[in-house]
Design a protein around this ligand. Sequence first.
Ligand SMILES: NC(=O)c1ccc[n+]([C@@H]2O[C@H](COP(=O)([O-])OP(=O)(O)OC[C@H]3O[C@@H](n4cnc5c(N)ncnc54)[C@H](O)[C@@H]3O)[C@@H](O)[C@H]2O)c1
Length: 369
Amino acid sequence: MQTLSTLPPLSVELKDKSYPIHFIEEGLSALGPLLQKQLEPNSNAVLVTERYIKETLELNWAPHNFFKNEFIAPPGEGSKSLRTLEHLYTILSHAQLDRQSALVALGGGVVGDLCGFAAATYLRGIGYYQIPTSLLAMVDSSVGGKTGINLDAGKNLVGAFYHPKAVFICPAFLKTLPEKEFSSGMAEVIKYGLLADLDLYTQLCEQDPLHPEHHALSEIIRRCCTIKADIVMQDETETTTEGGRALLNLGHTFAHALEKVAGYGKYTHGEAVSIGLCLAMRLSELLGYINEQALHTLKILLEKYKLPTQLRAPLKVSALTAAMTQDKKAKHGNLRFITLKTIGQANIHSDIPSEWIEMLWREVGAHAS
Ligand SMILES: NC(=O)c1ccc[n+]([C@@H]2O[C@H](COP(=O)([O-])OP(=O)(O)OC[C@H]3O[C@@H](n4cnc5c(N)ncnc54)[C@H](O)[C@@H]3O)[C@@H](O)[C@H]2O)c1
């Protein structure tokens, strides 16, 4: 049997925008030479990372060996902002980049989204590479080319579809990832099982909790990337009306509203997705697709990773529903919900009564006034 490290990279096939996802199982020492080979010999590459990640990884890996210039964002969702982006542009202008230069995002989804958007817009577009260091970034945000920043008015409201030149996934980075952040990534892993892979979902329900050293983790990361790549290849810019890339947003219309109303950072993205998945599952039950037991099983799985299934503190239903309507996934003010026809198969509904949504929020602990 081939080991993961001998498997060829996955390929995201998008004509002239195609790119490989490399899986590096040998440990961090194998990343440097592979990265160096990719960066064009004469290019002036800038490392984009985040303070906490740089301090943590400095012990294990020395990325500064490859870069003359670096940008270090403050940790947290707040760095996906116009302010941080402006600082980044300033560093890029001092680094005297040209169109052949490249950015390298080393970090979680925050760094990846920020760096990708800077690459999409600086000099009208330069290349960039993704080296995800959080589980969430490995299974989700580093693949698919969605880049962007938040505005006060909402999450990811400014952005671009802009694909990296390559993604390098080293599960060894996860050894230093805080447990809470690992759990956050698990919410997205569970999402993939629910929407597209019954076998994966069953495996997650049956096996011991995954952790950074778990023997099954690398294979599961690769499986999630395969699901995401397949969906992205069919619907690159989320334009298909039936299904397509929108299905990846299972639980996310609820989750984005929760993150916004609670205040960014109160819930990790994965914690918000966890509650969003419960709400999407309950909606699927109301529609008659799945039974109560399926929701119960999901809650047990999420709780195995200490993920919330209820709000930690009450929030106003009216604020949550207003935030949902402002979500960029709403079409002409109409909300579209991803629901489950069955476990492993998602579909889309746009005709859900608003009273249902209000009731669902109340069920997870929101209050009327
Ligand atoms: N572009 C997309 O398709 C997409 C998809 C999903 C989520 N996202 C975005 O991703 C963001 C969330 O990403 P995230 O959960 O990775 O958050 P994050 O980037 O804030 O990282 C989470 C925390 O983990 C720390 N960390 C990361 N890697 C580490 C490591 N190896 N060792 C020690 N600490 C480490 C970071 O310092 C940070 O404190 C959100 O902004 C979300 O909107 C984007």
